[in-house]
Design a protein around this ligand. Structure first.
Ligand code: IPE
Ligand code: IPE
Ligand code: MG
Length: 254
């Protein structure tokens, strides 16, 4: 192990600051087991827990998880309501643990379409963890990348009107500072599970320069080793030296 020390230090320096994940394939995972889709969504929660814990231990600054897209309302009504219920339950159950781990939870997306109860829970969770100084965890719910750019534009225009500014005064930084991820680094590594190679209207602005990693694994099977492999792949794309998933896992054991 001793001669891995230098490599391990180099790996640590080159880690992505912001990892965003399109958690896809819950339905197919369940179907392959002859179970209903909801079984897959429930199993996906455990993969979320593992991912958050691994990212935190690696010292990643920001993790964004795509939990529900603005297009997902088109799914059958019973699946949508189950996903909402699951979201409520998980939020209620996990928020204390996140808080204890100094994680700051942010729900990004148009939450106005959620039930008043869910909106209240979201607000409470955000307030509770607001002062935390560790990792930021963004959960994208009723999120769309086009929506994010549109709402940022609206907010910016309101502010500009108040300040007497005109269209030619707009800068990229001004727009970025109204996005749901304002103040956070852009996405360095985008992971999508389950083999699809699409962005599905996820963080369109924030992924402008992201490395994109597509894994064949279904989301419920995504574990610590899968995350370590994705991060090692990123480190190898970005830097001039090699590093393996095992070395990233060794970072976890420091
Ligand atoms: C991702 O899994 C979870 C959500 C979109 C909520 P899917 O439900 O999209 O699973 P597949 O893609 O149908 O297998
Ligand atoms: C993207 O997955 C949204 C989430 C993971 C929440 P989908 O399964 O909904 O995306 P499409 O429909 O395959 O593009
Ligand atoms: Mg899918």
């Amino acid at each position: 192990m001793a001669d891995h020390t230098i490599d391990t230090a180099l790996c640590a320096e080159s880690l992505p600051k912001h990892v965003a994940i399109i958690m896809d394939g819950n339905g197919r995972w369940a179907k392959a087991k002859g179970k209903p889709r909801v079984f897959g969504h429930k199993a996906g929660v455990e993969a979320v827990r593992k991912t958050v814990s691994t990212a935190k231990r690696l010292g990643i600054q920001v993790v964004t998880l795509f939990a529900f897209s603005s297009e997902n309302w088109r799914r059958p009504e019973d699946e949508v309501s189950l996903l909402m219920e699951l979201f409520m339950t998980v939020l209620g159950r996990e928020v204390k643990r996140l808080h204890k781990n100094n994680i700051r939870l942010r729900i990004i997306g148009d939450t106005s379409r959620f039930s008043p109860r869910l909106q209240r829970k979201i607000a409470e969770a955000e307030v509770l963890t607001e002062g935390n100084t560790g990792m930021i965890l963004n959960v994208a719910a009723n999120y769309g990348g086009q929506w994010d750019i549109m709402q940022a534009t609206q907010r910016l225009l309101h502010k500009m009107a108040e300040q007497g500014l005109t269209a030619s005064d707009i800068t990229e930084d001004m727009l970025a500072s109204e996005l749901s991820t304002a103040g956070q680094p852009d996405v360095d590594l985008l992971i999508r599970t389950s083999g699809e190679c699409r962005v599905s209207n996820f963080m369109l602005w924030q992924t402008a320069y992201a490395e994109m990693y597509f894994s064949e694994q279904h989301w419920p099977d995504f574990d610590e080793a899968s995350f370590a492999d994705a991060v090692a792949w990123f480190v190898n794309r970005e830097r001039r030296f090699g590093c393996t998933g095992e070395q990233i896992q060794a970072l976890l054991e420091r």
